[in-house]
Design a protein. Structure first.
Length: 349
């Protein structure tokens, strides 16, 4: 087994999904630790833009790029992509294969892992390489200690985010995992790698039956917010008290040109939509300024915003855990503090 492999998710206009670039960044790190190569697979209709695509992927340290350029591969449909990935992975025999935990990744990953008999860990928040020992029963039923080296530690929240589980797959390859958008950092390499580009004929990897489903029309709904890319985030927790309480946060966000997020407790209470949830089971954000309003600071929430540049806490409880990581703590209720900030921003205070 060799290499770390990343499935590259493609959007409109030959645009690489951010989560794929984040996985290449992490994949480069894992490959360096293992002393192996970083490979990726791009399936789509590149319309003469393959060189631009390759140039972008090269900047993220990719050693080998497998290109499948065919009009039938965009937009994404399950069967041709899964057939091509299964056959390609059987040829390349990677040690690790990573996909984004997107709609596409959650459809493709399980199909590929099932066909390969490799297993899959979904929605990982952290990936590490480590050695470990484990007791197993051999074929004779005798328990023996086994030592495993250079295994992928697949770390993810479990039981609704109440615990963090580390999952390993020592006996099967590739070790497959999906990772949510925004969890990993996206960073270009300092040096440009000497990348090998391999063009494949999709007909060598798929059958006619893989194209029985065709997309007749495609409608893309514009995103309602840019929580992940916002420079300023105003987040509300259970301490906001009600759905109406979030109106104050929206008013504050409007003055700051910010996005509104929330903790899981506020989402579970029905005060705000789930797509604005920040934390291990929500979105990971890295804004320049993070204003936590009525957020207690549970570890699951902190995991999704701890890399913010400046953290400001507004909380009536001076001993709330969020205060331990906040750069500035304002003690008071949302109703007391937030209107004063809004008035100050409007210049009417």
């Amino acid at each position: 087994m060799n290499s770390v492999f990343v499935y590259i998710e493609m959007g409109d206009g030959c645009k690489v999904a951010d989560v794929s670039l984040e996985l290449l960044t992490k994949g480069r790190q894992l490959a360096d630790e293992l002393g192996t190569k970083l490979e990726c697979a791009c399936l789509g209709d590149f319309a003469g833009q393959t060189e631009t695509l390759v140039a972008e992927l090269r900047r993220y340290g990719t050693d080998r790029i497998h290109v499948f350029d065919d009009k039938r591969l965009f937009p994404y449909t399950t069967l041709p992509h899964s057939s091509a990935m299964v056959r390609l992975l059987r040829e390349e025999k990677p040690q690790i294969c990573l996909l984004g935990a997107t709609v596409i990744g959650r459809d493709l990953g399980p199909r590929v892992s099932s066909a390969l008999g490799s297993g899959l860990t979904a929605d990982c928040t952290q990936l590490e390489i480590s050695d470990f020992d484990m007791k197993v029963k051999n074929r004779d039923g005798v328990v023996e200690e086994r030592h495993y080296e250079n295994q992928l530690m697949q770390i993810r929240p479990a039981f609704g985010g109440s615990i963090i589980a580390t999952i390993v797959n020592p006996e099967h390859r590739p070790q497959m995992a999906t990772v949510r958008d925004g969890v990993m950092r996206k960073e270009e390499c300092d040096t440009i790698h000497d990348t090998e580009v391999i063009s494949h004929d999709i007909d060598d990897y798929t059958d006619a039956s893989d194209y029985v489903v065709k997309v007749l029309e495609r409608h893309v709904r514009a995103a309602r917010h840019n929580l992940k890319g916002a420079n300023i985030v105003v987040a509300g927790g259970y301490g906001v008290g009600s759905k109406e309480g979030f109106d104050l946060l929206y008013d504050l966000a409007k003055e700051l040109h910010a996005e509104v997020g929330a903790s899981r407790a506020a989402v579970d209470a029905g005060w705000i939509d789930h797509d604005r949830q920040i934390g291990q089971t929500g979105v990971t954000v890295r804004p320049k300024v993070y204003i936590a309003c009525g957020v207690s600071g549970a570890i699951q929430h902190i995991a999704g915003m701890k890399d913010a540049g400046i953290i400001i806490s507004i909380n009536s409880d001076p001993d709330a855990p969020i205060g331990q990581i906040a750069d500035y703590n304002i003690v008071g209720t949302i109703e007391e503090v937030v209107p004063k900030i809004i008035k100050n921003l409007k210049g009417t205070m």
